[in-house]
Design a protein around this ligand. Sequence first.
Ligand SMILES: Nc1ncnc2c1ncn2[C@@H]1O[C@H](COP(=O)(O)OP(=O)(O)OP(=O)(O)O)[C@@H](O)[C@H]1O
Ligand SMILES: [Mg+2]
Length: 265
Amino acid sequence: MTVLDHATTRRTHNGAIKLDSVTMEFKTRDGKGIRAVENTSVEIPSGQFVSVLGPSGCGKSTLLRVIAGLVTPTAGAVAIGGEKVSGPSRKVGIAFQSPVLFPWYTVAQNIAMPAKLDKRRSNDGLRERVEELLDMVKLSALGDKYPSELSGGMRQRVAIARSLITDPDVILMDEPFGALDAITREHMNDELLSIWSQSGATVFFITHDISEAAYMSDRVLVMSPRPGRVIADIQVDLPRPRTERTRGTPEFAALAADMRQYISH
Ligand SMILES: Nc1ncnc2c1ncn2[C@@H]1O[C@H](COP(=O)(O)OP(=O)(O)OP(=O)(O)O)[C@@H](O)[C@H]1O
Ligand SMILES: [Mg+2]
């Protein structure tokens, strides 16, 4: 049995995300307001793989934190699976831009943590699932290490494995592969696509990499410079499964060029 067999036998997902006129304004220390996200409305059907592209500081991480229920928007509302988001939810797995690991727990304990915290779930087979995820992120020999003993890219992979351990309805990932070398990054791209296609989860994936966005997604949202708004909503109809050959097709090049045009303006 794989991680995903456990998942699919447990339940089906309802990971539709609805952002309704979301504005997020932060108060700075001098009392002024910084508007990070402006009047953004997006509907993401359950199971869609959506990437978000946009210049640094345009509000991508802020939008992710709003969806995660970690910050309350100044205006507007977010719903997941038809339920209003009013705080962090066990339906959502998150891989943050900088991995946040507990230094006093081993790699394997860090990955298992969200499942252990969820008292409603049965943790039969948890050890086995941790092993499978460790294998997926190519860290199978390192389950007993502590985060301080790992490289930055390895820590990032631990955080990715941890975001998947509860088989969430929604997976929020903030530039998860930014710290990885090119080969590991392509491996992780394919592993994430395989997990996604079998699990049925909705993925909200922030990246700076246009090719990565085109390769992974059903749909790419491009955000404007701050205050962030969605300025392009690009459908990616490339056939799946995506493979190395996908990157060489004219359709792929055309999509990437389309995305680039919005980013450079
Ligand atoms: N807690 C906060 N308090 C004040 N300002 C904030 C806070 N969080 C974010 N901001 C501001 O909101 C804007 C958007 O930040 P955000 O982190 O969402 O950008 P981003 O698109 O994720 O950028 P990057 O690509 O560099 O990660 C920035 O101007 C940032 O300084
Ligand atoms: Mg960010």
